[in-house]
Design a protein around this ligand. Structure first.
Ligand code: RB5
Length: 145
């Protein structure tokens, strides 16, 4: 099935977001951009909640959020029920976040992670699949009080 990604950034992640879009579109991945659309300062929780909402509403299976550190976006996205957002700084944790934790939103920090590594992280994350099995019941527990 063709992958579809909801993507968003704040001003701190604007350049890297554009690189990721270009990279994914070249690979035939469909990407919908939920902003921000310039380097003008904006509030990352607004964008995080937009993209997280798309995942929660099941309009998209996966999302990518980019800010300066990758941290604020992750905290904000995880406030939305059904969202499992992770910030990754390497391909190994990106892979594990999918195979063990079924992460559905990947967060990256443009001021932390260089473009080449960031694209590698994106590829590793998109290629990995949730293993289910023993991990399923633990992931289900995220949603229980
Ligand atoms: C914006 O300056 C910066 O705080 C934001 O991009 C992000 O790093 C927040 O976690």
């Amino acid at each position: 099935m063709k992958q579809r990604i909801a993507i968003g950034c704040d001003h701190g992640g604007f350049n890297l977001k554009n690189k990721i879009i270009e990279h994914l579109e070249k690979k035939g991945v469909e990407v919908e951009d939920f902003g921000t659309y310039s380097q003008e300062s904006c509030d990352y929780p607004v964008i995080a909640k937009k993209v997280a909402g798309e995942i929660a509403q099941k309009r998209f299976e996966l999302g990518i959020l980019v800010c300066g550190s990758g941290l604020g976006m992750c905290i904000a996205a995880n406030k939305v029920k059904g969202v499992r957002a992770v910030t990754c700084f390497d391909a190994t944790t990106a892979r594990l976040s999918k195979s063990h934790n079924n992460a559905n939103v990947l967060c990256l920090g443009e001021r932390i992670t260089g473009e080449y590594l960031a694209l590698d992280i994106v590829d590793a994350w998109l290629k990995s699949e949730f293993e289910g099995g023993r991990h399923q019941k633990r992931v289900d527990m995220f949603e229980t009080p």
